[in-house]
Design a protein around this ligand. Sequence first.
Ligand code: BES
Ligand code: ZN
Ligand code: ZN
Length: 488
Amino acid sequence: MKITFADAAKVDIVAFIVDEGDGLPAGAASLDAASGGLLTEALTGARFDGKKDQQALIVLPKGSDSRRAVLIGGGKPTKRDARILESIGANLVKSHAKSGFKSLAVHVGSAEDAARVALGAKLAAYRFDTYLTKQKADQKPSLTSVTVVVDDAKAAKAAFVPLDAAAEGTMLARDLVNLPPNDLYPASFAAKLKDLSEFGVEVEILGEMEMAKLGMNALLGVGQGSRKESQLGIMKWNGGKPGEDPVILVGKGVCFDTGGISLKPGPGMEDMRGDMGGAAAVTGAMRALAARKAKVNVVGLVGLVENMPDGDAIRPGDILTSASGQTIEVQNTDAEGRLVLCDVLWYAQEHFKPKAMVDLATLTGAIVMALGHHHAGMFTGSDDLADELSKAGMTEGERVWRLPMGPEYDSLLKSKFADMRNIGGRAAGSITAAQFLKRFVKDGVKWAHLDIAGVAWVEGEKAALDVSWASGFGPRLLDRWIAENYED
Ligand code: BES
Ligand code: ZN
Ligand code: ZN
């Protein structure tokens, strides 16, 4: 979708935002007059009264500049936040994508608002249809351009630059999560990381031999039942001062999670193609940061593995020695994400001095029970970091909700045979998973864990921006968090 900003546009479909309970906006007056009052008629003749998500479609007379006019409800102006503006852009694209028309314009008041509407339009135009070979012409989108008409088009364009970069990151994360596990496996994921060098990201990939040298036996244990080689992806964005300590992002990249020998039930297992959602979020964030040339040093680390049952797979009862030297009794091979993350977190702290470190992982089913699909779970000992992430999440509509941690939960990880076991029992499953990770975070490191199992993908279209199974959760939150707290 081509998104542009202009102070006027000649397009197939022209849209105006109507305030709830109000008349036509000033910008619509001339078209209304030229069409003999058809727009006013649409306001008075039916139930349209400007409530959010309402639309009225007007067929314009022959010879008009446009073929259709649309009135779209903006709700009460006092309540018009970023989410509503995004959903205006998104709903316009979704409603008219397959209309047969090619170009749409929407009139928006301020430059900031225009950028948000554009973001919604861009994210809603996302499609994952590469595997659909039988799509008929009328099932494919016809709309190819959206123009946001705004007085100060230059300011709107500037305001859109960082949002556009973040949207590219979101769409990359969506692609990665949507891809099927036969095509997206550790090595092919790693190859996609390499593509980021085009944006100036330095990418390094470690294979199993290199990780074995580093003693990353917990991560390697998860991958040992798979024919696919495990990988560690290291992405560096050096946009800050040379030598300045980086912000570190860590992602769980289980390209497919069968559960291993502790095999998952069959129904729904296909969703575990998305168990690399954390790694996708980190990759998308790196892309966003690089695309907008963020003035900060950031390292993104993704642990890429496939969790398969096999004659060589790890067994319940196996004891793994992690890179940190701590031993782990594997009681459930399906609690594999933490085994991957513990070695990647350790690698991060051995090789860098994190200013702050955030990991993202589709870690537990329990977080879906606790928070459903509208907040990611957040675990951290730092009130400051909790605050920073909560605020960034609110700004971008990728919300996080803090849950507690503490020694009582940590003690549930006791093992008779090793330093810890990899599950904590039935109670507080998301918290014990976070406690497990905390054992691999050195004292004084400002760290948070985000459990994104409930938000990485969505079943059905619930919100305006849900246009594919993969939500692309993460890049916008991380990019905003870094922009507001770690950039000069
Ligand atoms: N990848 C799953 C968690 C998950 C579940 C993500 C549902 C998204 C949707 C993870 O590896 C897992 O299987 N966790 C187990 C942990 C348990 C064995 C302690 C779980 O949540 O059941
Ligand atoms: Zn699992
Ligand atoms: Zn998993």
